[in-house]
Design a protein around this ligand. Sequence first.
Ligand code: AGP
Length: 609
Amino acid sequence: MCGIFGCVLKEGNAAPLIHSSLKRLEYRGYDSVGIATISEGKIFVKKDMGKIDEVDRIVDLDDMPGSIGIGHTRWATHGAPLKVNSHPHGDCKGEIMVVHNGIIENFLELRAELQNLEHTFVSKTDTEVIPHLIEQTLKNNPKLSLVEAILETLKRVEGSYALAVISTREPDKIICARNESPLVLGIDSNGVYCASDIPAFLPITNKAVMINNGELVILSAKGYEIKKICDSSPVVREPITIEWSPEMAVKQGYPHFMIKEIHEQPETIRNTLRMQDHYLDLLSTFLDRANEVFLVACGTSYHACLAASYMFSKLAFLPTYPVYASEFVEQHGKSVSIDSTILAVSQSGETADTIGSVTCAQQRAATILSLTNVIGSSLTRVSRVYIGTQAGPEIGVAATKTFTSQLSVLAQLALRLAKKRGKVSQDEIDCLEEQLARLPNTVETIVNTQEQKIKEIAKKYKDAKVFFFLGRGISTATAFEGRLKLMEIAYIPAIAFPAGESKHGPISLIEDGFPVVFICPRDETHRTVIGNIMEMKARGAHIIAVIEEGDEDIKSLADDYVEVPKGIPGVLSPIPFVVPLQLLAYYTALAKGCNPDMPRNLAKCVTVK
Ligand code: AGP
């Protein structure tokens, strides 16, 4: 998730406005920044890796001529956060500059095609194919206008984008376009603005025009003109007035980052499913050849590893060992060797316990692989191969969208391994891949249809002294994650166990009215979970069940239930089934007057052991 901004001003310099607008988009990404302006037919560019203020101190982003320009603050997905990969990106002659937020899925083949046509690429990004494609389109047909060339280009591009283009060919305009990644216009008497999000221009104007998927916009001194990309037909859309305060706008109108990020999950899972084959193939090849695989992480990332161990076993018959990073050195430090493979999972890529485990394993010649949300983090620098979850910055201390993104990548790895190892039928793989592709919509349905009910459940149980979270099989990982969420932001003591473990001790804690959350996908554990529910119910527990819609067997036993759509395979179930638990924790925290974004005693990234 990156931030783009562009402006066409009637008076004044564009650069200072672009700079301040990018600062308001910094929550969307902050590993590099760049601005391009156009003045007297020439393009000026300043960009570098680092946070906006750091780069500004070096290059003085405000000191650029021209009243038209574009800017970008980056969250690296393809290509490390280096100057060469920072936006804007240009064509061979530096006459076209582009800023982009999204993922171009077919960039590898487009780049190969353009390189065969003598185009020179300087970055590792997917974005750089766009200016070169526009350049080649104009070379093939010089009579085309810039808009026509961009329309032609966009018909060849697959994937998500919000992009803005300037060119010396038509220096009086910005062309922007949207497919899936957000794009919005700002309008006022001195100019027109395009941005990834409203906060960029809200202090300047609260008049906004929302741009839809498949639309291109021409920004000029005359104002804005919207066209459909598919057939260039004009679109008329009047500005709306935004009532948000700037502070609310950074959260897109949500009261907290945590609920915004829970709601973002359909988009972030969709992005994760656009993972480049190349990275998945490479990582799965290392796992396939590994003698022993440790999955090493902390907190929520550890729960993703726990769920992944079921996925790898069930789909690829690959044994993997999830280990708390804080225990790894004590538990396996002496036994790990050149025959060991470590898959470290970390949202921040900076967690000291995880880095410490990886460093220990590396010193014993183990192979280090990693999955992180921060490209360029310490973890990526010590990994032989790494994959990014592409979930965009997660501001809330509680991990939510990064958890479901981690699981989505791990599920894709397990499916690749299943294919490589031929352990499950092609039909089953096809069905699982189809279900995986449906998950963004499934999560959207859960949020849209169950949120109100979960709010009520949260109010009903907010004063409970303790919560139980129980699941069987892969749902054990979901139960552990639900417990952590409730503990860390609503400060309610919570206990999580494999449901089958309850009768070996924990059930002695049950007293009348204890809320026990059961995670009950319709998988092979469904029948035994019913038995566990009855055990708890018989001792006075209040049963809160997360069930597949229409599961009458469990509905008849539960005091409260939350329904997720039918047909989710057990092996993928943690991704949708965790969403009600995230919402339960969030609304319980609100009901208790806690601040979900800044839970006491916790930090977003634990860089101490
Ligand atoms: C999860 O909600 C917590 N914020 C915490 O447990 C976190 O998952 C853990 O500190 C690991 O962080 P990482 O993924 O950045 O390594």
